[in-house]
Design a protein around this ligand. Structure first.
Ligand code: ZN
Length: 270
């Protein structure tokens, strides 16, 4: 009798999903990928011990790290309290790694006088990225924010004098100064600021921890707190901050996790 109960307990409450994908995510995920999934109403969902926010109709957003391991695991608790584990294979992405040695120290570490400013900048950006609103803009399809040539890929990183610098947190789209940048999704503007590294910068919240970043703008055409629709003008391409030429640095985040914007765009340029 006891054995039967144990068996029921095992199969009844914890199942490793094979064929059935209760999250409505692709069967194979990708490093740096952004996904919108859907679960049955009243499901609780956990990823990396974090409870994931679920909309009334079951939608949720999730993002994988640029260097995510081979497998990710989600834990679902359905409306009956039954716990189900779902595992997904993660496809590796190839990134360019550039080693540069023999650089003068000040090229590797920013000068003392700007370190305080960089710290303040990063606190502002962090605060904007942690906004956890109930907007559902993230469930719609992205459009390109600007017409141009991709000049820098997500995840590329440099190792300067043996010190690994953080990977490129977005994609660079080169375009002439003054080229219009539009919102790839609707949202609310949560940051407009002139930052040391990224110059004139804008952050837009799209709900459920999904935000996008626009850097090195020449002109900014939005204000903090402003609601914008998909395709609305945000600003123009520039080279403000630390930029070698006019381009849009475009970032996509899921809370603190930087994601690969190239994976969410329609393949062809507008
Ligand atoms: Zn960039």
């Amino acid at each position: 009798m006891r054995l039967v109960i144990y068996i029921l307990f095992f199969f009844g409450t914890t199942a490793v999903a094979g064929a059935s994908n209760l999250l409505n995510l692709p069967d194979e995920l990708t490093q740096g990928g952004f996904y919108v999934g859907k679960v049955a109403p009243k499901t609780m969902l956990y990823f990396k011990d974090k409870k994931i926010k679920i909309s009334q109709d079951g939608h949720f957003a999730v993002g994988l790290s640029w260097d995510e391991g081979r497998m990710v695991k989600f834990r679902l608790v359905n409306f009956q309290g039954t716990e189900i584990l779902q595992r997904f294979v993660v496809k590796k992405q190839k990134y360019d790694v550039q080693h540069i040695d023999g650089l003068p120290g000040k090229m590797v570490t920013p000068p003392k006088e700007v370190q305080e400013r960089i710290k303040q900048d990063s606190a502002l950006v962090k605060k904007a990225r942690r906004i956890d609103s109930d907007r559902l803009d993230f469930t719609t399809t992205f459009i390109w924010p600007v017409r141009g040539r991709i000049s820098g890929n997500f995840g590329n990183h440099r190792i300067l004098n043996g010190i690994a610098k953080s990977p490129h947190g977005g994609m660079d789209i080169a375009a002439p100064k003054g080229t219009m940048i539009v919102a790839p999704l609707g949202g609310v503007v949560t940051l407009v600021s002139d930052l040391y590294y990224t110059g004139n910068s804008v952050i837009i919240d799209h709900g459920y921890g999904i935000s996008t970043v626009y850097a090195h703008l020449d002109k900014v055409l939005v204000k903090e707190g402003q609601n914008i629709g998909q395709g609305d003008k945000i600003g123009t391409v520039g080279a403000t901050g630390r930029a070698t030429g006019p381009h849009l640095h475009w970032g996509l985040n899921w809370y603190d996790e930087r994601l690969n914007p190239a994976l969410v765009l329609p393949k062809a340029l507008p």
